[in-house]
Write a protein that binds this ligand. Sequence first.
Ligand code: 5RP
Length: 226
Amino acid sequence: MSTLTQDELKTLVGQAALQYVVPGEIVGVGTGSTVNKFIDALATIKDQIPGAVSSSVASTERLRAYGIAVFDANDVAELSVYVDGADEIDPQGHMVKGGGAALTREKIVAAQSKRFVCIADDSKWVSVLGKFPLPVEVIPMAAQRVARQFETMGGTAKLRLKDGAPLVTDNGQHILDVTGLQIADPLAFESQVNNWPGVVTVGVFAHQKASVCLLGTAAGVKTVTF
Ligand code: 5RP
């Protein structure tokens, strides 16, 4: 039985991810409470890197507060490493992401990175994706139509709210959270849903899956490569 809290596990994996940061190179940075631990750790070696490409306003603010330079994704051709958390990860390295509403920018930075290092506590490990409500960023005028399309798949989509109003993402769009799905073929599912008009990004990361997962467990950090 672990004596470590979930927060301590997040700290462990955030620190462990430092070994993947390439000195002298810009690093891709994700979003969320686990990534915040990584940013805290990154601050201790900030003199070894030129800076970061960030996947959200929240991460940008945290990086800048530490004096870490944040580059525009358009000004950087390719990144060696992208470090991000996940809401679910399966034994093939496919993930569900977007619990923090940053999935679109996360997928963009992941796509321009050679290696995706997923940092997660072991509560995120699943055999089949779909238990965590699937985040889908949508153009607001398409929300109800996309919700009905999920219904035909057996899913139930709910508009994500913040302070009683629809949550607005960093990109000015809305988020649907979809329950009741069993995502047996993540690659096909991601391609299918991303083709629906009005879908900006579906929170399945199969085309941009993890290369390695640093999983925080009671026995310490387990490294899983895919
Ligand atoms: C944000 C994300 C996060 O990586 C995901 O929600 C995990 O967050 P946390 O580390 O706080 O559990 O996809 O959009």
